[in-house]
Design a protein around this ligand. Structure first.
Ligand code: ATP
Ligand code: MG
Length: 197
C-alpha cells in the first residue's frame, strides 16, 4: 500500500514537471531536423516524417541526392499522394568516377528543391542524403545554409546523411545521431526489399 502511494506521488511529480515543460514550449516555427550518424534508419525516419505531414494535409517536397533509378518504396507511395520528388537522373554514384557529371546532377536537383525552399506553399522539405553533396563539395555549403536560413518561417526541413557538416548541425534545431550497434549487411545479408529500400 505504501509502495502504491509512493508510486502515485512520484507519478504526480513527474506529470507536474512534464506539464510545466509543455506549457513553456509555446513557440511555433519551422524546424530544421538533421538525422545523421552511421546507424540504419535516417532516410526511413525522414520519409516517416513526410508521411506524418501528408497525413495532416501538409504539402511536402522531397529531394533525393541519389540516382533516380535506385528503387525506393516510399517514393512509389508518396508520389501517388501528391508529394513532389526531385531525383538525380544521371551522375552521382557511390564509386564516383565523373566529378563534373556528379556535380551537375547534384546542382540540378538543388536548383529544383531550392524553389520549394523559397515557396511558402511548401510546408515540409526532405533533403535525403544531402550531407554527401556538401562533403564531396558538389554543393556549396554557404549557398545551402543561406537557402535554409531564408526559407519561409513555418517550413520544416529534414536533412539526412552521414558526416553532417558542422555548420549545418549548428544551424539545426533538432539533431539525432543514429548509432550503429550492429547491421545485418556486415555479416553478408544483402539489402532487403521493403526493409532497406
Ligand atoms: P535507411 O534508408 O534504411 O533508413 P539510412 O538512411 O540510415 O538507412 P544510408 O547510409 O542512407 O542509411 O544507407 C543506405 C542503404 O544502406 C540502406 O539500404 C540502408 O538500409 C543501408 N544501411 C544503413 N546503415 C547501414 C550500415 N551501418 N551498414 C550497412 N548498410 C547500411
Ligand atoms: Mg539514407
Amino acid at each position: 500500500m505504501r509502495d502504491k502511494e509512493k508510486h502515485k506521488a512520484r507519478q504526480q511529480r513527474l506529470k507536474a514537471e512534464v506539464d510545466a515543460k509543455v506549457a513553456q514550449a509555446q513557440t511555433e516555427k519551422g524546424v530544421l531536423l538533421v538525422l545523421t550518424g552511421n546507424g540504419k534508419g535516417k532516410s526511413t525516419a525522414g520519409f516517416g516524417t513526410v508521411l506524418r505531414a501528408v497525413g495532416h494535409g501538409l504539402r511536402c517536397s522531397v529531394a533525393q541526392f541519389i540516382k533516380g533509378e535506385w528503387p525506393c518504396g516510399e517514393r512509389n507511395v508518396l508520389s501517388e499522394l501528391g508529394v513532389a520528388f526531385h531525383v538525380m537522373n544521371t551522375g552521382f554514384t557511390w564509386d564516383t568516377q565523373d566529378r563534373e557529371a556528379d556535380t551537375r546532377a547534384a546542382q540540378a536537383v538543388w536548383q529544383a528543391i531550392a524553389q520549394d525552399l523559397a515557396n511558402p506553399a511548401v510546408d515540409l522539405v526532405l533533403l535525403d542524403e544531402l550531407t554527401y553533396m556538401l562533403s564531396f563539395h558538389y554543393l556549396e555549403v554557404d549557398e545551402v545554409l543561406t537557402a535554409l536560413a531564408n526559407r519561409p518561417t513555418h517550413q520544416h526541413v529534414v536533412v539526412t546523411g552521414r558526416n553532417c557538416h558542422r555548420r549545418l548541425i549548428e544551424m539545426a534545431d533538432t539533431v539525432s545521431d543514429v548509432t550503429e550497434v550492429k547491421h545485418a549487411f556486415s555479416v553478408g545479408v544483402k539489402a532487403q526489399k521493403g526493409l532497406d529500400w
